[in-house]
Design a protein around this ligand. Structure first.
Ligand code: SF4
Ligand code: SF4
Length: 306
């Protein structure tokens, strides 16, 4: 296997995520602004694809049908592809990735290169970053709380309320509560996905027996499992890039039924493939779905990496 000059070859999952995630994020947060779907509790009508529909059983019945339809669809996706929804589409996870610099500013995440360079030139900026991070986080979570409130009240009404200087108490309470929850989620980061996300927990509870052929998609390590340090020498690239800080070589930690938090983003596969491309070898990680046809990387060997 020769090293390719095409960066997409080694960053496929990363680029795919970067393209798909903004689409689902925009669908979730911009639907009411673009009148794709919202409920107007003040005027008492639904808006669907720009059309106002009155509050009648005929139209309201689509609310629970749509909700349960989405739950069933996500359930089917989870059954086959595990937590793929989290890695590809979950707006919370997307925001968590986008807001990593805010956590890095207060030492809750590794600092990106640009931040390290700034701090090397001006170490006193550390205090500026620590002050800016919560201020930016409050601004961001308030803006998101506004966007989400447009699902139940018209954007114009909300803006008029704040412009009047005497916003409705329900708005202040609702937005204040969301900002508090949003700040918690923002600074907890992916630890939330791994430990207390209700969707992740539900999937864990409903997981199948380890020996069952009907297990969802998971990561497979092709190196020496008992001597993984020998297979990988001093490399820890896959664990370093993992957004939820899992060691994908530790297949024991990735058993379905144990709440490992892996959401099949595939970034560890990209990292391993890239590192091995310098040795003209295939990576040691791939996706595996025991319930379906197993996919192995081309030219895969299980010999230790020299
Ligand atoms: S183990 Fe790999 S696929 Fe799973 S979350 Fe981490 S980087 Fe993504
Ligand atoms: S990236 Fe590949 S070689 Fe490096 S530690 Fe992970 S599995 Fe081993």
């Amino acid at each position: 296997m020769k090293q390719s000059n095409n960066p997409l070859k080694y960053r496929y999952h990363v680029f795919r995520g970067k393209l798909v995630q903004p689409f689902f994020w925009a669908l979730c947060f911009l639907s009411p602004v673009l009148d794709i779907f919202r409920v107007d509790m003040v005027q008492q009508h639904l808006v669907f694809l720009g059309k106002p529909l009155p509050f009648t059983f005929e139209h309201l019945k689509w609310l629970p049908i749509g909700f349960y339809g989405a739950v069933i669809l996500i359930g089917i996706i989870s059954f086959i592809w595990g937590r793929l929804f989290c890695g590809w589409a979950c707006p919370h996870n997307t925001l968590t990735e986008w807001t990593r610099p805010l956590r890095a500013m207060v030492g809750l995440a590794p600092k990106p290169r640009w931040m390290k360079l700034i701090l090397r030139e001006r170490p006193s900026f550390r205090f500026l970053f620590m002050a800016l991070s919560p201020l930016m986080a409050i601004g961001l979570t308030f803006a998101l709380s506004l966007l989400l409130s447009f699902y139940i009240v018209a954007p114009q009404w909300v803006i008029q309320q704040y412009a009047s200087g005497h916003p409705h108490i329900a708005l202040i309470f609702g937005h204040g509560l969301f900002v508090l929850i949003g700040l918690f989620l923002l600074f907890v980061g992916n630890d939330f996905c791994r430990t207390c996300c209700p969707y992740g927990l539900a999937q864990s509870i409903s997981a199948y027996h380890e020996d069952s052929p009907w297990r969802p998609l998971e990561i497979q390590f092709h190196g020496n499992k008992t001597e993984k340090t020998e297979s990988c020498k001093t490399c820890t690239a896959c664990q370093t890039v993992c957004p939820v800080d899992i060691d994908p070589r530790d297949t024991g930690a990735l058993k379905v039924g144990q709440f490992d938090g892996c959401f099949n983003c595939g970034e560890c596969i990209d990292a391993c493939k890239y590192i091995h491309s310098f040795k003209s070898q295939a990576g040691l990680l791939s996706f595996k779905n025991p319930g379906f046809k197993e996919k192995k990387p081309k030219n895969q060997t299980t010999r230790p990496v020299p």
